[in-house]
Design a protein around this ligand. Structure first.
Ligand SMILES: Cc1cc2nc3c(=O)[nH]c(=O)nc-3n(C[C@H](O)[C@H](O)[C@H](O)COP(=O)(O)OP(=O)(O)OC[C@H]3O[C@@H](n4cnc5c(N)ncnc54)[C@H](O)[C@@H]3O)c2cc1C
Length: 504
């Protein structure tokens, strides 16, 4: 492991530079032993330890001023040992990797093996551990967040012990594991409470070394993006009388709506995206602009700071600028491999900022979205604060992970996107989020796409399994080693003076 260990000169910041910290030690682990050594260092110097991913969270889930690990060097594909599986025939649908692999690297490694992730989010720069740990999701009402494909994960605990966590009916055979020489010193813990807590835990329960995830054979998707309006779409999103999910969600593998938050002449223009599996082995068609920011830059071919200046000077122009950007997204029958179609990437020369809210898909959903638009209209007329970007609705299957924003319910994830740098942007996102949360106890906030607004009390009220998660957290962070500004914010930091765990 290499380290940069000159105190106070280390600086880490996230991808847009709005979260920063000055870790005493900035470490670059490449192996399981490096993670164990980092924990030992933390114990020896009484420092807190935290791994970061690619720094693509806008919230405070990653920073620490003590020991920070950048795990991008832990990006190897590992071998699934079929001889340890309860059902050795499952081997071909499993893939083992170190946790610091990026989604991009993972997609390529899988593709080479004729396989693919079941689903991905809209971008591939995150590390696998970073994405899974915050409940990162893609779209598709039958497809859970990325955490749903995890079958097993190896974690170094606050004592330096190594645990392999799986659900109670996990993939590994307990007896075979116990007698395997390579697993000596490791503990297999097959326990639903532990597994469903650790899998989405925002770095608070240990250092994740590796995952075994479920994968599928390579598949192709066909994408269509058409112009519509929220006023049309919402009739299709109303729940059916029998309480069944809307057909647009169940007929399409992926369904997404990107909406202008402001009505122009009474209409909220939007783009409806459907993506479905198609039996082919060839890419065809093209989509033009991958995402609204790319479309925006094409419509306004000026430097990022000039565009931001325009939006700061003329905030009322936002609805038109966003409308133009959305209209560039239209495509017809664009076909490619799943991970190519689903990745809408990011634009190098412009930064985005986002918050994301999780709503249950139920009979209140359409009203909740209408209410969101009313809040945006109110913020615009009262304060001249405008969202310089669209709102994206993505639909996700329920998750079993206790703190996944999609836990226990079909979910509509509502992303509030904007260009970073608009002066009132952060305040607008925070204000809207707090207004939505205070008026709707069912709404949760994405752990990574938050601007540090959510409190412990709000989390407690919104997650039915929070007390179970906390019970596991208190066992796995009993010394406070994984405390951070994030656990301080939630009011769950553990008093280090009650340190009882023994270093092995
Ligand atoms: C351009 C962009 C696109 C995005 N698209 C989506 C999307 O489509 N869907 C969606 O849901 N979200 C999306 N997000 C949010 C993003 O996926 C999450 O914030 C994710 O957590 C970021 O992953 P990361 O690798 O950057 O991890 P970080 O943000 O660096 O870290 C996230 C958390 O993971 C923990 N962690 C990382 N590695 C380890 C480890 N080895 N052991 C223990 N803990 C660890 C960290 O401590 C931290 O708590 C997007 C963000 C951006 C900037």
């Amino acid at each position: 492991m290499s380290s940069s260990n000159v105190p106070s000169t280390n600086t880490w910041s996230n991808c847009i530079g709005q979260q920063t910290c000055h870790p005493k030690y900035l470490l670059y682990p490449t192996s399981l032993q490096d993670l164990i050594d980092a924990i030992r260092l933390g114990r020896k110097e009484n420092l807190k330890v935290r791994a970061v991913g690619s720094g693509h969270s806008f919230s405070d889930v990653a920073p620490t001023d003590d020991i920070l690990l950048d795990p991008h060097g832990m990006n190897q594909v590992l071998k699934v040992d079929a001889s340890l599986l309860r059902d050795p025939l499952k081997e071909s649908s499993l893939f083992a990797v170190q946790s610091g692999i990026t989604i991009r690297e993972l997609n390529l490694a899988l593709d080479k093996a004729g396989k693919a992730l079941i689903n991905i989010g809209a971008y591939d720069g995150q590390t696998l551990a970073g994405a899974i740990s915050t409940g990162t999701h893609g779209k598709g009402i039958t497809l859970g967040p990325m955490a749903s494909s995890v079958r097993s994960l190896v974690v170094v605990s606050e004592t330096g012990d190594v645990y392999q966590y799986e659900p109670s009916n996990g993939i590994t055979d307990q007896d075979k594991f116990a007698t395997d020489a390579a697993k000596a010193g490791m503990t297999l813990k097959q326990d639903d409470d532990f597994f469903q807590s650790v899998v989405v835990c925002m770095g608070c329960m240990g250092l994740i070394y590796s995952y075994i995830i479920e994968v599928v054979p390579t598949y192709f998707l066909i994408e269509n993006r058409t112009v519509s309006s929220w006023e049309n779409v919402k009739t299709e999103l109303a729940m059916t009388k029998g309480g069944l999910l809307p057909e647009v969600l169940t007929y399409n593998r992926h369904y997404e709506v990107d909406i202008n938050p402001y009505a122009i002449k009474g209409v909220h223009h939007c783009i409806v995206q459907t993506t479905n599996e198609v039996k082919t082995t060839h890419a065809s068609g093209s989509r033009g602009f991958k995402n609204w920011l790319a479309g925006l830059l094409a419509s306004w071919p000026v430097a990022e700071d000039v565009l931001v200046d325009i939006l700061n000077e003329f905030p009322k122009a936002s609805p038109w600028i966003v409308g133009n950007a959305l209209s560039t997204l239209v495509d017809v029958n664009y076909i490619d491999k799943s991970y190519v179609v689903l990745n809408i990437g990011k634009v190098n020369n412009i930064k985005g900022l986002a918050m994301e809210l999780s709503f249950p898909v139920d009979e209140n959903l359409v009203n909740s979205i209408d209410n969101l638009f009313a809040i945006f209209a109110d913020e615009a007329s009262a304060k001249r604060w405008y969202l310089a970007g669209p709102i994206a609705l993505r639909f996700v299957a329920p998750s079993q992970a206790y703190l996944a924003p999609q836990e226990g319910r079909p979910t509509c994830m509502v992303e509030l996107d904007m260009i970073y740098g608009v002066m009132t942007g952060g305040d607008l996102l925070k204000s809207v989020t707090q207004r939505v949360i205070s008026g709707n106890p069912a709404v949760r906030v994405h752990w990574g796409l938050d601007l540090d607004t959510v409190t412990g009390r709000q989390v407690q009220m919104r997650y039915g399994k929070y007390s179970k998660w906390l019970a596991v957290y208190r066992q796995l962070n009993s010394t406070g080693m994984f405390n951070s500004v994030f656990t301080d914010r939630l009011g769950i930091s553990v008093d280090p003076n009650s340190n009882t765990a023994k270093l092995t």
